[in-house]
Design a protein around this ligand. Structure first.
Ligand SMILES: [Zn+2]
Length: 215
C-alpha cells in the first residue's frame, strides 16, 4: 500500500476516534462548544504534524548519487521511511528507486512501517534496483561550486565548528562544507542536516577517550 492511502486510512480512524470522543464528552454533560473546540484543535494539530513530518520534499536522483557516505544514505532512508539496513549500495538503490518513483513530484508522502501495515496487509514487492554508480561530488540541485560561497561559510553546517572560509572540509568532523550548506537550503536538506548533526555530535563524543578508562 502506498503511504498516501495508508495515511488516508489512519486519518479516517483518527477522525472517527475524535468524533466518538466528542459525542461521549457531550453526553457526559460537558459544554458542546468546549468539546468541539478541543476536537477541532486535535485535528488541526494532527494535520499539521502529518504535513510537516510525512509530506517530504523529494531529493532528485541526480542528487542522491552525490551522497557517498553510508551514514548520509541511512539518514535519507530514515527521512523517507525506507528500510535503513544493508550496505551503501543497498541504501542508495533504495533511495534512487524512491526518487525515480516520485520524480514528477516536489513532495512525496512517506509513512513509518506501522502506518503502512495498518493501512494494508498487501504490500507490493520491491522492483529491481536500477544500476547505481556514485558520481563525483558536485552540489545538490545541480549547482556549481563557487569560491564566493565557500568563503562566506563561517561555521560547519553539521558540527558548528568555526571554519576559515578557505577549507573545503570541516577540520572537526570532515564534512564537505559547501555541499551540506547548499543542501541545507532545501526543506529536506534542513532536516537531513539536523539528523546528521545529531549523529556526528554523538560520534565526536565517542571518539574522545574517556579519562577514567584504564588500560
Ligand atoms: Zn564540522
Amino acid at each position: 500500500m502506498e503511504p498516501k492511502q495508508a495515511w488516508g486510512a489512519v486519518s479516517l480512524l483518527m477522525l472517527l476516534a475524535v468524533a466518538v470522543l466528542v459525542v461521549a464528552f457531550v453526553t457526559m454533560g460537558y459544554s458542546v462548544m468546549v468539546v468541539t473546540s478541543v476536537g477541532a484543535v486535535a485535528i488541526l494539530v494532527y494535520v499539521y504534524v502529518l504535513y510537516k513530518r510525512y509530506n517530504v520534499e523529494v531529493v532528485p536522483e541526480s542528487d542522491i548519487r552525490l551522497f557517498t557516505e553510508p551514514d548520509d544514505l541511512r539518514i535519507l532512508c530514515r527521512i523517507y521511511g525506507l528500510d535503513c539496513s544493508g550496505d551503501d549500495e543497498a541504501l542508495r538503490s533504495r533511495l534512487v528507486q524512491f526518487a525515480h518513483k516520485n520524480r514528477s513530484k516536489a513532495f512525496a508522502w512517506v509513512a513509518p512501517k506501522a502506518v503502512l501495515s495498518l493501512g494494508s496487509a498487501l504490500e507490493a514487492g520491491e522492483g529491481t534496483a536500477p544500476d547505481v554508480t556514485p558520481a563525483k561530488p558536485h552540489l545538490t540541485g545541480g549547482q556549481e561550486r563557487s569560491e564566493a560561497r565557500l568563503t562566506a561559510i563561517r561555521s560547519c553546517p553539521i558540527c558548528d565548528a568555526k571554519v576559515s572560509g578557505k577549507d573545503k572540509v570541516c577540520w572537526e568532523c570532515g564534512a564537505d562544507l559547501e555541499f551540506y550548506t547548499v543542501f541545507q537550503g532545501s526543506k529536506v536538506g534542513r532536516r537531513f542536516v539536523t539528523e546528521k548533526a545529531k549523529e556526528v555530535r554523538r560520534k565526536l563524543r565517542y571518539d574522545v577517550p574517556s579519562l577514567g578508562e584504564k588500560t
